[in-house]
Design a protein around this ligand. Structure first.
Ligand SMILES: [Zn+2]
Length: 123
């Protein structure tokens, strides 16, 4: 292998840097996939970084983690995870007097002032 040409050396460095960048990208991809499955981002990043596409395949194959850790940042919690909405606060009713929509927490219509009919808790 001859290294008389500086251009050839520069080309090799560029190729090496490009390969490194591709590995970082693949590692990031594998990390995100693993993170979505509840795995460690760093672990899956290393898999993708060192093994390339095979590492991504491994991350896909190992699937979701068995331990149900809290969802990491940027991932929406599964349905039913958050607090359920309060039915008394969220429900809207129709005013029997003017037909406008009235918030469930209000006992009187905000448009015509009539008492809103509905299953409001009495106290
Ligand atoms: Zn009304």
């Amino acid at each position: 292998m001859e290294s008389t040409s500086d251009g050839m050396t520069l080309g090799l460095v560029i190729v090496w840097l490009a390969a490194l960048a591709v590995n970082v990208l693949i590692g990031y991809w594998a990390g995100k996939v693993g993170q979505r499955n509840g795995r460690s981002f760093a672990l899956c990043f290393c898999l993708g970084f060192f093994l390339g596409l095979i590492g991504v395949l491994v991350v896909y194959l190992i699937g979701p983690g068995y331990d149900s850790r809290p969802a990491p940042y940027g991932v929406a919690p599964p349905p039913g995870y958050g607090p359920p909405p309060d039915p008394h606060q969220q429900r809207t009713r129709v005013c029997g007097q003017c037909g406008k929509l009235v918030e469930g927490s209000a006992r009187f219509c905000g448009y015509c002032g009539a008492q809103v009919a509905g299953p409001a808790p009495r106290r």
